[in-house]
Design a binder for this molecule. Structure first.
Ligand code: UD1
Length: 360
């Protein structure tokens, strides 16, 4: 059986890693990279550090407005899918690359499996919310990370195509954490365990409007410990455009980290401040308190269990949230047991692979 995985943006490379490993010896697995993310630190280092085979196809689409970027991917992926003739196209998460791949495959009548299906923010200003909903409704197999996601899919009439597999980001985090514990790793800028926070900001709602971005940077600059700000290229270019200095007060500016470096920096930090979906969950899995600069989250379990606090309209609440202590310890495992990739591959093979002969 031939499966084509389509990825393009940083969080998708992380999700691809455990899937690519679980595919070995079980299916012919091809990888198409759309080129949505292309900087070495946003793409290549993930393939290198997470042992992902080099992509079989690279569209090199690059940055652009949503329509132009998604359209270029759609046209390019149509050619790739026609040529590769996979039995199934596997798409990941909620980026423009996800939607383009699902649409290209569906129009060619190639079955689509969606990994990380069923997440909802119910915030229709987010491009990712449209990408998820449209992808879920065009896919044939929905691989859900959580029980909450299964509930959303059932509510939208998609329960019969859905299966709870757990979260593949748990798989990859457990593997990397174990290797860090064996090998150890230094912290950047001479930071010491427990003596700093880490922060990432990249969502359009936080970066695109100068007053909002300046207010977030101003609050980070006032925190009581150094704040390692891991600047996504979008943050850099918009801060420059708006004339906002990022290296202010407590802020220690740093380029994006590789995945093992990020997990190492997060697990030794006193807290995480982010608008990323993945990092909220990584903080929870590492049991580090997180403050999320968004009005809502798809990962509601992190909030319910007390490890994540949302701060959005009133940014003056940020310091109080970041300075709060750790909540009650928990051994809850809403994101699975670290074997989600094996379950996902098994589900794809069982659904789209050769079916066992029926007894006459
Ligand atoms: C995308 C995803 C978002 C995900 C994020 C992870 C969509 C709609 N959004 O957002 O869900 O959380 O990836 O990082 O798909 N840029 C570079 N080099 C790169 C990549 C981007 O310089 O390698 C700059 C460009 O100026 C680009 C901007 O970053 O215009 C935004 O990149 P884009 O891929 O459009 O969206 P992200 O904000 O990264």
């Amino acid at each position: 059986m031939r499966i084509l995985s389509v990825v393009g943006a940083r969080p998708q490379f992380v999700k691809l890693a455990p899937i690519a490993h679980a595919m070995q010896g079980r299916a012919e697995h091809l990888i198409a990279h759309t080129g949505q993310h292309y900087d070495v630190l946003m793409s290549d280092v993930f393939f290198r550090d997470l042992g992902i085979p080099a992509p079989d196809f690279n569209l090199g689409v690059g940055s652009g407005k949503h329509g132009a970027q998604t359209g270029a991917m759609l046209a390019g992926l149509e050619e790739i899918i026609e040529g590769a003739a996979p039995d199934c196209v596997l798409v990941y998460g909620d980026t423009n690359s996800t939607l383009a791949a699902a649409l290209a495959a569906a129009k060619l009548h190639v079955p689509v499996a969606h990994l990380e299906a069923g997440l909802r923010s119910f915030n229709r200003r987010m491009p990712e919310e449209h990408n998820r909903v449209l992808t879920d409704h065009s896919a044939d197999l929905l691989l859900a990370p959580t029980q909450v996601a299964m509930g959303h899919l059932a509510n939208e009439g998609l329960g019969a195509r859905s299966i709870l597999v757990g979260d593949v980001m748990t798989d990859v985090l457990f593997t990397v954490r174990e290797s860090l514990t064996r090998t150890g790793a230094a912290l950047p800028h001479g930071l010491v365990p427990g003596g700093y926070y880490i922060a990432t900001i990249h969502r359009p709602d936080n970066t695109d409007e100068p007053v909002r971005l300046a207010a977030i940077i101003g609050e980070l600059a006032k925190l009581d410990k150094p704040v390692l700000l891991l600047a996504h290229p979008r943050l850099h270019s918009l801060a420059k455009q708006h004339g906002i200095a990022l290296q202010e007060g407590s802020i220690v500016l740093n380029p994006p980290l590789t995945y093992p470096q990020l997990i190492n920096a997060a697990r030794h930090s006193a807290g995480v401040i982010t608008d990323s979906g993945g990092l909220q969950k990584e903080a929870f899995l590492l049991r580090v308190p997180c403050t999320t600069i968004r009005p809502e989250t798809e990962w509601v379990e992190t909030v319910e269990l007390g490890w994540n606090v949302l701060v959005s309209s009133d940014l003056t609440q940020l310091a109080a949230s970041v300075h709060r202590g750790a909540p009650e310890p928990t051994d809850a495992t809403p994101y699975g047991d670290g074997h989600a990739a094996e379950r996902s591959v098994a589900a794809v093979l069982a659904t789209f692979g050769p079916q066992p002969a029926q007894n006459p």
